[in-house]
Design a protein around this ligand. Sequence first.
Ligand SMILES: Cc1cc2nc3c(=O)[nH]c(=O)nc-3n(C[C@H](O)[C@H](O)[C@H](O)COP(=O)(O)OP(=O)(O)OC[C@H]3O[C@@H](n4cnc5c(N)ncnc54)[C@H](O)[C@@H]3O)c2cc1C
Length: 572
Amino acid sequence: MNFQHDIIIVGAGLAGLRAAVECVDRADVAVVSKVLPTRSHSGAAQGGIAASLGNEEEDNWEWHMFDTVKGSDYLADQDAVEIMVRDAPRVIYELEHMGVPFSRNAAGKIAQRNFGGHTQDYGKRPVKRACHASDRTGRVVLDTLFDQCLRKNVKFYQEQYVLSLVFEEGKCMGVVTYDLSSGELNLIAARAVLLATGGCGKIYKTTSNGFASTGDGFGLAYQSGIPLQDMEFIQIHPTGLYPLGILVSEAARGEGGILRNKMGERFMERYAPTVKDLAPRDIVSRSILTEVKEGRGFDRDYVHLDLMHLGEERIMEKLWEITSFVRIYLGIDPVKDPIPVLPTIHYIMGGIPTDSEGRVFIDEKGTVVQGLFAAGECACVSVHGGNRLGCNSLLDLLVFGRRSGIAMKQYISESGTSTISYEPLKMVQAKIDGLLDHKGKEKIDDIRRMMQSLMMDRCSVFRNEGGLKKGIEETRSLKERYRDINIENKGPSYNYELMEAIELGHQLELAEVILLSALNRKESRGAHFRDDFPERDDTNYLKHTLVFLNEKPDVRYKPVKITRFKPQPRNY
Ligand SMILES: Cc1cc2nc3c(=O)[nH]c(=O)nc-3n(C[C@H](O)[C@H](O)[C@H](O)COP(=O)(O)OP(=O)(O)OC[C@H]3O[C@@H](n4cnc5c(N)ncnc54)[C@H](O)[C@@H]3O)c2cc1C
């Protein structure tokens, strides 16, 4: 089938929906999503959105900016960070006016709580900056934005999987989708396309990410000749439920939860004497694994998160959902017992390189791809640099989702209409037929499991040259095996086996890009910690990585934008 809209948004998380709400007044906008829109991973966000409202104690955007830049280990582009933190209070009031039911404090104002790395007065003490709706913040914002989209007549193509971006004469002009319910391919033409496809945690074995976070958007861009930026920076959240990896939000420590080793010691006092349990995630994850490695963990691989001193009333009011997860999945009651936790793969700081209007760069010189935009976790603007602070992702999605919406409206008002040929549809059809007809001997499940384990072993909290090189070899051998996969299900309707095969193709490419970026960065910065190069090296590596898909992946660099805060040692 053939459809046409002014703007296509791929992804129905907060980035995609916020962009849609922004541009639908001037354009015919459609959102494509492989899952039902309200099942997007944004709905799982628990903790909150950072904004210097100062409702609980004194705060301002400059402190928020300092914390974000320091948290990023000085790799974030400071011009973009400034845009984001200055806009944050407006974002919160706008959501409130759209209908988001934020939690309130005793004075009736929007309540705020502590989150890791957010401080007062340039790092002196923790500050309450996270605006939240209990521990269901993402859920209520996603539902509110979805309602707004329906009210404004945004068209949804749900359960449609984008297989390919369509380019005509270097301009992005649409997408080819696979309709999961019918198995048919659609060509959707558009004058601008936004990628808002979320993260890629599912490349790893233990992750907090939902099953849709397979990194398709990164893969679609990379295959189209667009580089991927800073992919070595993978955030590993300190507190996943042991052994499943399901997230126990940082809100738990924000409300006063304490990490303890098997002697009952509050060990974060040794690693981050000022902010303790509220240190940024990269530091807390390394501290937990150091405790475990040195024999102070439980059963060789976890520590305890203690909420018991908070009391039942506070726990049930502020951490209801987290508590129910712990009760359901582990049969433990956090009111009476400590929660076993281990670090879990959570977020990717890198992604598709963009400017602060969501325009995608095709090289290190800043050349823009016409018609293509990216926002949200799949994009790298870069406001998180080497390590993202908690509650800054939802903020990033809302600020840069909106700005992309504005930029796309502007772009289509200046670009003419043109038609696209059926050629891309035929090429994608041939690829799908090829996959279904091939009688191979490899199983998708086997290759995926091996990829997830190797990424966990070779490129997690601690990395080194030997492991990364081995990881690259292993990934290349899995890519070879992938050529010989067998898809048993040939049916047209809800053929998830086919969809997972395509996702796995993207994931293997991304695994290689992540490993290669990590191998080439011979220093430790933010979430990227090299045992063999444990220090930060600003002389050689204060720069962004870019990996291009040429004959083989090609690594280049571009400078970091530093405006207000010169790099300093990062102590907490
Ligand atoms: C458990 C959890 C808790 C979190 N808590 C917080 C928090 O409290 N505060 C915070 O700031 N951040 C938090 N984060 C991070 C934050 O939630 C994510 O970074 C963010 O939700 C990503 O949003 P997004 O709009 O980029 O994409 P997502 O919400 O992940 O949505 C991706 C969309 O893309 C679509 N899609 C993907 N590929 C395709 C394809 N090939 N074809 C069609 N559609 C496709 C999907 O269907 C989906 O609609 C949390 C993350 C997790 C996992």
